[in-house]
Write a protein of this length. Structure first.
Length: 429
């Protein structure tokens, strides 16, 4: 792709309305160009690229990070927000210092924009925990002749990295999260890096708002915003003030016996650039059925943010504590479709909805879900939406069948099972 073609593509993405139908093709064209120039493919076998477990969450693998860029609205809105923040900071010939933590292999949210505006008075620090990502990013910088904008490349864990003394940044970018700030270390990255932000500096995203609701047919009742990750919250965490990450929800008087307990994520990337519910995998709602919570009007639900290698908010519902002794179905257990791992994945989701962890949970479970969605050709955001919202296993399988009619063919199901077992075996070696 020529520089002129790249400029046209980036201009289209940033100027376009927030509409997946409009930007899907430009986003995929951009990612295809990034893949070719960096040498990292979003379609590579997951066995060839591994994530890293940190003390505060999982740093996803280079291939997983590349795949995240394919989400049209997620990539578009973050690119728009980053561009707007830079434009607001560039004035009076002052050099704008930017830190991009968790670049992935493409540094998608920033590098393409800089390639289109190499005259900008910015100096960028690019940081990632994976050497492979930094090497890929270096190729893009060289290809687009923007090395003069790069101050430093850093291979480090962003939750504990410390820059040189006295260095401060005007903009800190880090998009290292999933819906509800689970699994990945976004919270702890901001907790660390906010200390190196200028007084008038900007964190991107500016706000991640997590809310709890009572949900029934065509209606929601807000319980509360139980966590808000912004600059002020990150600064309190940096002072070891943990009041933001623990608390108690009180179930409102409007509660009905068939209400689901639903959690939502809304993201203000920067000013008017926002991601709302359902626009990406980052904003997929999470719903817990009433039989898993035993809620009632006036009930108190304590919660806290935990980091058992994978970050998560834990809610202490008034349910039967004896469930914690149960185990999950085995990987080979099949339900009606005859596909392995489905039964285990759905059962694991039920346990997660009850904020408990069965004894048989394996580190391979997350990889199993990734392999399975890959085999079915179902995007992760669609998979999780169906998984979390299906009232029972039969409903979940019915939704999968609509997404993947090939499941009607026993021979194809057998082949999917064979490939899934082979991948899990290689992963375990």
């Amino acid at each position: 792709m020529t520089l002129k073609q790249l400029q046209q593509l980036v201009a289209t993405i940033i100027a376009a309305p927030v509409d997946a139908g409009v930007v899907k093709q430009p986003i995929h064209a951009l990612v295809n160009a990034l893949e070719q120039e960096s040498g990292v493919s979003s379609q590579a076998d997951m066995n060839t690229s591994h994530g890293t477990y940190t003390e505060h969450g999982v740093a996803i693998s280079p291939v997983q990070a590349a795949r995240c860029s394919l989400e049209p609205l997620r990539t578009q809105v973050f690119m728009q927000g980053v561009a707007a923040a830079i434009n607001d900071k560039v004035h009076d010939d002052k050099v704008v210092h930017i830190l991009y933590a968790g670049t992935g292999p493409f540094a998608t949210l920033l590098l393409p924009y800089l390639a289109c505006h190499p005259e900008l008075p910015v100096r960028v620090t690019l940081l990632d925990i994976h050497q492979e990502n930094i090497e890929a990013v270096k190729k893009l910088v060289a290809r687009w002749h923007i090395g003069h904008l790069i101050n430093e490349y850093v291979v480090a864990d962003a939750t504990c990295w410390q820059p040189d003394a006295q260095r401060r940044f005007d903009i800190v970018i880090s998009e290292t999260m999933t819906a509800l700030l689970r699994r990945e270390p976004q919270v702890w990255i901001f907790k660390n890096l906010v200390r190196y932000l200028q007084a008038q500096g900007v964190l991107i995203p500016q706000v991640v708002s997590l809310r709890a609701w009572l949900e029934r047919a065509k209606e929601r009742v807000l319980i509360d915003e139980y966590f808000r990750l912004d600059k002020a919250a990150a600064q309190r965490l940096a002072r070891d003030d943990i009041t933001d990450i623990r608390g108690e929800l009180v179930i409102p008087a409007q509660h009905q016996s068939d209400d689901h307990f639903t959690l939502t994520t809304d993201i203000q990337v920067y000013n008017h650039c926002v991601l709302s519910e359902g626009q990406s995998s980052l904003t997929v709602p999470f719903s817990v059925p009433p039989q898993a919570t035993c809620l009632f009007a006036g009930a108190h639900v304590p919660f806290h943010y935990a980091n058992p290698r994978q970050a998560d908010f834990i809610f202490d519902f008034p349910h039967d504590k004896r469930l914690a002794a149960h185990t999950l179905p085995s990987i080979n257990d099949c339900a009606d479709l005859g596909l392995i791992f489905i039964k285990r994945a759905f059962a694991q989701c039920l346990w997660a909805k009850q904020n408990q962890q069965p004894r048989s949970l394996s580190p391979r479970d997350w990889q199993g879900e990734l392999f399975l969605t890959q085999a079915l050709g179902i995007p992760l955001d669609i998979w999780f939406a169906h998984l979390f919202n299906a009232p029972d296993l039969a409903s979940f399988e019915s939704q999968l069948l609509q997404c993947c009619p090939a499941l009607l063919c026993p021979q194809q199901v057998m082949e999917m099972n064979r490939q899934l077992l082979a991948k899990l075996h290689r992963q375990n070696e």
